[in-house]
Design a protein around this ligand. Sequence first.
Ligand SMILES: Cc1ncc(COP(=O)(O)O)c(C=O)c1O
Length: 439
Amino acid sequence: MSRHGVGPVTVQRAFDRLAGEGVIDAQPGRGTFVAPREAPAAGDFAWQSGALGAGRVSADALGELVSVPPVGTLALSAGYPPPELQALPQLAAAMQRALRRPGVWDRLPPAGLEPLRAWFASEIGGGFAANDIIICAGGQSAIGTAFRALAEPGAAILMESPTYIGAITAARAAGLKPVPVPGDAEGVDPDLLGAALARSGARVVYCQPAFANPSGAVLSAPRRAALLERLASAGAFLVEDDWARDFGLDGPPPAPLIRADRDGHIVYIRSLTKSAAPGLRIAAIAARGAAMQRLRSIRTIDDLFLAGPMQEAALQLVTAPAWPRHLRRLRSALRARRDHLAASLRRQFGAASLPLVPAGGLHLWLHLPPAVSDRDLAASARAAGLLVSPGRPWFPAEPTGSFLRLSFAAAPPDALDRGVTILAGLVGFDRQAEQTVFT
Ligand SMILES: Cc1ncc(COP(=O)(O)O)c(C=O)c1O
């Protein structure tokens, strides 16, 4: 500890890692020793690529999004609130209570722990019940499950554009062909969606009606009604990803679309990872009818059932009085960070760079001058110690412009300012002339 100037937890972690890698050998009661070294036999895996054939999908962009940032970088690319805004003390207490529950390590129904399902159902309202819910290991798993349950490989899937990288990747991994449907600050355009349903033959649509990631759009009331009509007349499903339900910063978001859906056109997804902590891999899918039976089959085939302690901890967390207090505190911190980052960006890049300051969510969608490459700018920012997400992978097909997604949740105000100053410096340095676009 004194040689490296680190604390006991870091030393313990280092020891655990060395033991895991077989470098040291901890012998209880005797001490810790350097393990005898065995040189691993070098294998030749080149044959594997030939045997595997062409890969269906690359998860690189998604992997980059969830990767742990190197120490010392400012990660405005993050998709989750940082540790100081996570429900870590509440989760620790919830997990302790969970582990004392009788039968916590026992088998569970494939659809999940009944009272947890009932909680998710009550959050939707509108008569939904535990039987309409399946628990999944996070929103990403729920999206993949929904796509595989609702469409056969080779089919088209409509996606509001831009949209969540993980949904585009999951669609491709399920063998589906993403077809973009443009939207604006009021969300996806129902007329364009109706035309795309007719043209593509798609029977599944993916959409985030509240604080869409990355654009921040909220589906307007007239468009909600029109969207439900289009789905009904086309006989299509909509996968409603309600990932930001807890992140209404200027008031709660509109009710989930599924509440107004009588005939089972909507398959609804709600995850707890963003508002609790990334490691609480718990989400719910709500559906009714034959779609629910298909979803249940996939969950059973994939996992049999999910770990009891995790489900029980989620239940203990969201039913404790500390949960609404945590959400209030989280929202108030996020509101301050959003306002700060938005003001800072508009100051440095001009108001046109940020046409929409979203009423919720975690991100801002920065419009760059067309001549500034999002990828080049993100790469230069990375070299300067700043991580941002380039806009291109957020489009199911060709991007409509050059964008960056910046997480306002990621850092306190002074660090957000630092990030904006780095970006503005890079854009000014690279593209002095294009600055006029924003003035
Ligand atoms: C729109 C959206 N949906 C779903 C997810 C998946 O999150 P998780 O699997 O952690 O619940 C994310 C994560 O970034 C997201 O942004």
